[in-house]
Every structure is written in C-alpha cells, then in structure tokens.
Ligand binder design. Structure first.
Ligand code: NAG
Ligand code: NAG
Length: 457
C-alpha cells in the first residue's frame, strides 16, 4: 500500500463509522429509495410497452384499413386515369363510395394487377346508380325484395242477441264476450185487480194499475255480472162483502235500472221512461174495473177488478209479471293475415359493360297492409319481387299473403315464403325481406323487412 491508498482506506473507515452511527434510519432510507426505484423502473417499462403496443395497434389497424381502402381507390383512380374523362369518373367514384358507405363496401387489394374485384352492398331502401368499373364484364348480384306487410286487423258484430227474463225471481246476467254495451228494458209487475161486492149497489172492484217502464243503454264489460230481478204481478183481491184490494206489483231491476210495480188503481208503477197506467174504477153496472194497460210489450199489466153477487160473478185477476229484456251486439276482433317474404335472387354471372351505370333499387318492406317493393339491378337484369301483404281481417281472419313467386333470372331465384295464418313468411336470405305478422287489435301491423342488393365482381 502506498500513502494515497492508506488515506483512502482511512476515509472509507470514517464514512462507514459515520454510517454506523446513523444505523436504523439509513436502512429505512435505503429500502425506501430502492423500492421507489424499482417501481419507477417497472413503470417506464410498462408504459413503454403499452405505448409501443398501442402504437403498433393503431398503425396496424390504420395500415390494414388504409391500404385496402386506398388500394381500391387507387385502383379505381388508376382505371379512371386510363380513361379519358377523369372528372366524371372521379365524381362517380365518390358518389358510389358515399352510397356504399351508408351500406357497406369492401374490395380485395391483392388482384389489382389483372382484373379488379370488389363488392358493393345496398341495404337501405332507395334508388342508386352503380357504375361498372373498367375491366369488369360480369358481376354476381344478390337481390332480395322487401317483405310484405301483415294485414290490418278487423272485426265483426253479431246480429242483435236477446236475453229475456220474464219469470219472477232473481238472476245474474253475465256479460258475454265481445259485448261492451247493453240495451235493457225493465218493467215492474202489475197490481192485482181489486175484489168487489156488487150484489146490492153494484160496486165492483177497481182494475189494478200497471208497472212502470225503464229503458237504458249501459256500458258494460265482458264477464261483468249484473244482478237481475223480475217483479211478480200482484195477487188479486177477494170478492167479499168487505172486498180486499189487489196486491202490489213487484219491483224489477237490471243493475241500477229500476221500474216499480203498480200499487193501487191510481198509483201505477214508476219508471225512468214511462209510468204505468191507472186501472179503471169499478162501476155500479156489475162489471169490475179494467186493469191498467202494459206500457211495454204486454208485461206488467194491472189485473181486472172483480164482482160478487151479480148474475155472473167475476173474480178479480192477478197483475201481469214484470220483465227484464236485455239486447246486445257482440263484436269480435279478427287478425290480419301474415305477409309473405321477398323473393331471393342470386345471379352468378350478369353481363355488364365497363363504364356503364346501372340502376340499383332496394325495395322497402311494406307497412300497414301494403306489399313489399321489388329490388332490382339494371332495371330488368335482376329483379327480386317484394312479398305480398296479408289480407285484412273482417268477419274472419285475413288470408295470409301468398308467395310472390320467382324473380329474374328465374333459374337463380328462390321465391319468398308465403305467410301462415297471421304470421309473416320468414326471410329466404339472412334476415332480409321477411314478411311481417298481421295485426290483431287496434295497432297497425309492424313494418316488414327491407330488401337488399349486393354486387360482387
Ligand atoms: C245493436 O245493433 C243494432 C243494429 O246495428 C243497433 O240498432 C243497436 O242499437 C245495437 N245495440 C246495442 C246495444 O249496441
Ligand atoms: C260472475 O259470476 C260467475 C258465476 O257465478 C262467476 O264465476 C264469475 O267469477 C263472476 N264474475 C265476476 C267478474 O265477478
């Protein structure tokens, strides 16, 4: 060791000795610093890896989407640059890209060298123009017509039904299904005729008064129970030296509609529509009074008065029974028939001319009982008829829409499915052009599925 080394060793001992004085605190500091260090070293590595992975993702995703879209656009622009009219072709390429962006567009970038390939799909109803790229002489076209709508609902009403209660007693009227209104006639019982004693002075009995009459139209609901009471006619009085009066007629009811019976020859029954009639008084001519006439259909008339002691005695008669007559019309809803689905055409080789524009029509599904629209390519080159609507409900359910049949070309076509009952025909291709169900009740049929046109080259 030389002198310099000795000085360094001595200085080291001093430092270590000083550290030994600090002891515990220094260890804490050391571990604290080392742990924060490891976290900072791990943090940069993770952040750098995440930033590198995120940059790879965006670059890969952007590079994956950019080349395919740019190669298709560059392929179309290179093809348009080879043609003379650059401006018209570039404007048509933007219009086609805008229309296809609403649907979907894809094109493969690999075969850009010899013949271009790609596809355009139109799935929103409307009319479009598709321009055939250069170098393309045949395309494959898939077309599905719009589905037919289900038919609208209907209803029918039965002939007027009657329910007559004419025997005294209490009943329950259960409102039949389909009935929401009833028209009721309620008649109280007639009073019985009074007895009479007419052998000396000829005083015969008075006729009984008739029952009152109430007529009403009531709103009801099917299944509702309504209590019914038919009032009986009053019993006749007695012919005797002290004759008795006829009994009062009973009250009749349909729910809250009431008509009371005749009480006395001059106290006829009451009702909201008409009071009963008074009976006529007995006379001295040995003839009992006549009962008050019925005010509705012969029910609830008063009985006739009697006479005792004449050459030919007449007994008083009982009052007529009351009645409850219920009239109603039942109305039943019917469903519309299901619409058929749109026809499917898959034509593998449709001859086209480069640079020529072809119309593309995507048929919409029918709504509210309408047929679906046809989808087509090139007007008549490919035609997929729309589904047919279901029939409207009437006195019976609507008929289901028949299949629209084959399209054009017929050999490449599968007809749309007919509806079944109130169910719409199912789609032939994916979920496009399905027929909708017929409506049942007050709501309109749901809209049928729209068609689609897809062109591949
Ligand atoms: C039932 O229908 C007939 C004929 O349309 C009508 O005159 C009558 O008022 C209806 N009755 C009820 C209770 O709605
Ligand atoms: C009406 O009466 C019938 C027969 O008693 C009963 O079955 C039914 O539950 C009643 N309906 C209502 C709404 O109370």
């Amino acid at each position: 060791m030389n002198q310099g080394t000795l000085i360094m060793v001595a200085a080291l001992i001093l430092v270590v000795g000083g550290a030994a004085v600090g002891g515990y605190v220094i260890y804490e500091d050391y571990y604290a610093t080392s742990s924060s260090k490891s976290s900072t070293t791990s943090a940069p590595s993770s952040s750098s890896s995440s930033s590198s992975s995120s940059s790879t993702k965006t670059s890969s995703s952007s590079s994956s989407t950019a080349p395919s879209s740019s190669s298709s656009s560059s392929a179309s622009s290179s093809s348009s640059s080879s043609s003379s009219s650059t401006s018209s072709s570039s404007s048509s390429s933007t219009s086609s890209s805008s229309s296809s962006s609403s649907s979907s567009s894809s094109s493969s970038s690999s075969s850009s060298s010899s013949s271009p390939s790609g596809s355009d799909t139109y799935s929103n109803p409307g009319v479009y123009s598709w321009k055939c790229p250069n170098g393309v002489s045949s395309v494959s076209v898939v077309a599905v017509g719009g589905g037919g709508s289900g038919g609208v609902s209907g209803s029918y009403t039965t002939n007027t039904q009657f329910k007559s209660y004419t025997t005294p007693g209490t009943y329950t009227f259960t409102v039949p299904s389909g009935v929401t209104q009833v028209d009721v006639a309620v008649v109280g019982g007639g009073q019985g005729g009074d007895g009479g004693y007419c052998s000396v002075f000829g005083y015969s009995g008075n006729g009984g008064s008739s029952g009152g009459y109430s007529r009403a139209t009531l709103n009801v609901s099917p299944g509702q129970n309504v209590s019914v009471t038919v009032g009986s006619g009053g019993a006749p009085g007695n012919n005797a030296y002290s004759p008795s009066s006829g009994g009062a007629g009973g009250t009749s009811k349909f729910g809250s509609v009431v008509a009371t019976g005749g009480q006395h020859w001059d106290q006829p029954g009451s009702g909201s529509t008409s009071a009963g009639k008074e009976g006529s008084q007995g006379t001295t001519s040995y003839v009992g009074g006549t009962g008050g006439a019925s005010v509705y259909d012969g029910y609830g008339a008063g009985g006739n008065g009697g006479c005792l002691g004449s050459d030919s005695d007449t007994n008083p008669t009982s009052g007529g029974n009351g009645a409850v007559i219920v009239q109603y019309n039942a109305t039943f809803a019917t469903c519309g028939g299901g619409g058929s689905s749109g026809t499917y055409v898959n034509s593998k080789s449709v001859s086209v001319t480069p640079g020529t524009s072809y119309s593309v029509v995507v048929g919409s599904g029918g709504s509210e009982g309408q047929n679906g629209e046809a989808s087509s390519f090139g007007s008549t080159l490919v035609v997929a008829p729309g589904g047919l609507s279901g029939g409207a409900g009437s006195s019976s359910a609507g008929s289901a829409g028949a299949s629209p049949g084959k399209g054009t070309p017929s050999e490449d076509s599968i007809p749309g499915n007919a509806g079944s009952g109130s169910s719409g025909g199912s789609s032939v291709y994916q979920s496009y052009g399905a027929g909708s169900n017929g409506a049942c009740g007050s709501s309109a049929p749901s809209s049928a599925g729209n068609g689609i046109v897809s062109i591949t080259w």
